[in-house]
Every structure is written in structure tokens, then in C-alpha cells.
Design a binder for this molecule. Sequence first.
Ligand code: T6T
Length: 341
Amino acid sequence: MKRWIADNSGPKEPMLPKRFLISLFTFVALLTTSLLAQAQFKKPKIGFLPGVVDPFYQVMEIGVNEAAADYGLEVVTQYPQTWGPTIQTPILDAMVGRGDLTYLIIAPTDKEQMIAPLQRAVDAGIKVITVDTFLGDGDYINGKVTFPLSYIGSDNVEGGKIAARALAKVVGNKGKVYIQNTNVGASTTEQRGKGFKDGIAEFKDMQLAGEDYNLDDAGTAAQQTAAKLQANPDLVGIFGVNVFSAQGAGNAVKSAGLGGKVQVIAFDATKDAIENLRQGVVSLVIAQKPHDMGYLAVAFAMADARGVTSLPRRVTTGYAVIDAKNVDDPSVSRFIYRVGK
Ligand code: T6T
């Protein structure tokens, strides 16, 4: 027979195993520490200062904004309307003067003249990352300027060489060629010009018929190219070193009715350059990867703010080389600069 024994000690709670209690305690402690750390971590606020308004930097801005959205960061973007330190410096000073930016992503428009204004930004506590263009000689480890965290951009000497070799190929390795350049002092276009000259020097039957600077104006580029074509009826090819140069060169060749006779190599994959490629005026378009430059720069700022200390001081972002055969291949056409609709 079962006996029922009265238990007067009240309702019993199930006993929790000791090990479970210790784990729970550890978990709560870790969570609290991590929440505290998060509360102390101040998200970087980033300034983005491109070189000028053009599709190259507009695509870079898309990369910047995508990364900022992924990390939940705020970015303040200011575009100079024209290229050069005279326009870029006051915008930079105003960005520094706001007092709330902790990182600046900038394409310095002059490798020497932008050193002092950017040093002022650093002195005010802003960390600098240069994209596309560099300061000094671009060597931020052993060069004369070492304050930027990193330089993220194309290998522009290599880009110039790619252009020269491609041009040599389409003109049968002989003849006179010409460079349509932009601004003295801009690291990128200066290096492209150098790479192109080095590349052309590899071909004994090719000569350089000159180099003009259009100050980032497609109209000036077209006028200069038209004059060069008139003075050199035997010109076989032109290297347009950026958006404006290639556009102007292409327009001048078309207006002179020389499309397909004088070959143009276009740096920067704008819609205009691709249209000229399809029409046979441009034989090769060299696309940079501005989206990658912008995205990585923000990721670097975030990593630095989080205490990462091994960020590479130089990142080369590479090219996509577009010709009439591969222009519709999605693995290549994805690098065409698409802005807006
Ligand atoms: O080619 C790009 C850029 O790489 C260069 O530094 C300046 O010109 C562009 O922005 C195109 O216009």
C-alpha cells in the first residue's frame, strides 16, 4: 500500500545544474562586455572628396555609399566642379572645419600642391586615405609623404603601357601617335602618359608626335586633337588618357571623317567611349575599377577605426580591357561606368 507523506516545505523549484549556472553567468558577462565595447566604439564619420564631377568618380561614390550602408556609416560627399588644387583646397578646408569628420577619402588633384592642405587635415585629427591619385611619389611607407593610411587605385604606368601595346597592335607596330593628356601634376594621368611613352619606345618604327594638356575639358581636347590631325596627316593613333581626353579625341577624329583610320585608345569606360568603340572610332577601352576603390576605402576606414593595424598601404585595383569582341560579355561589360538610369 502506498503511503502518502505530507511535505510542508512549500512548492519546490527544479534545481539548475551548477555547470549551467556558470555558463549562463559567463554568457551574460561576455554580452555585457561586448555591449559596453559597442557603446564605447564611435563609428567613423567619413568625408569623400573626389577629383571632379565625372562618371569615374560617380561610380566610385556608388562604391563609397554601398560600403557606408553595409557598415551603417555616415558619409559627407563634396564634388569640385573643375579639376585642380585651387578648387579642391577650399572644399577640403571646409570639410576639415566642420569638426565632425574622422576619416577623409580623397583623390588629390595635385601630388605636390595637395600635401600641405592634407597635412592640415591630419593635424586636425582626420585620417586620410587617397583613392585614384596619390601624394608625393605614392610610396606611403618609404616615400616623402607617409601620413595617408593607404593609396587605393589603378597601376597607371601599367595602364599606359597596355594602351601603347594595344595601339601598336592595331596600327601594325608602326607610325606616329599622339597623347591627349589632362593636367600636369595629376599623378594618374602623368603616370599613364609615362607608361604610354615607355610602351611606344618598345616599337622601333613608332614615334610620338607630341602630347597636349586639355585641363580636363573635352572641348579643348577636341580642338587640340583637330589641330594635331591637320598638322600630321600621317598620324595613325591617339591615346586619350581619361574621360575628357578620350571624348575630345574621339569627337575630333569623327568630325575629321577619320573614324577607323586614326585609332583611338580610350582610358575610362564611359558610355561615350563604349559608343565610339561600337562605331569603330575607338579600338580599345581601358576600364578602371572605381567602385572597388570607393568600397575598399570605406572598409579600410572602418577597419582602422576598429583597431586593425595591418592595412596595406597600397592597393592596386586592376583593369578590365574592353574591345569590340568582348564588349557584350557580362564579365567585362559589368565594368562599364554606369551612373543613374
Ligand atoms: O581617369 C579618371 C581618374 O583616374 C583620373 O585621375 C582623372 O580623370 C578621371 O577622373 C576621368 O575623368
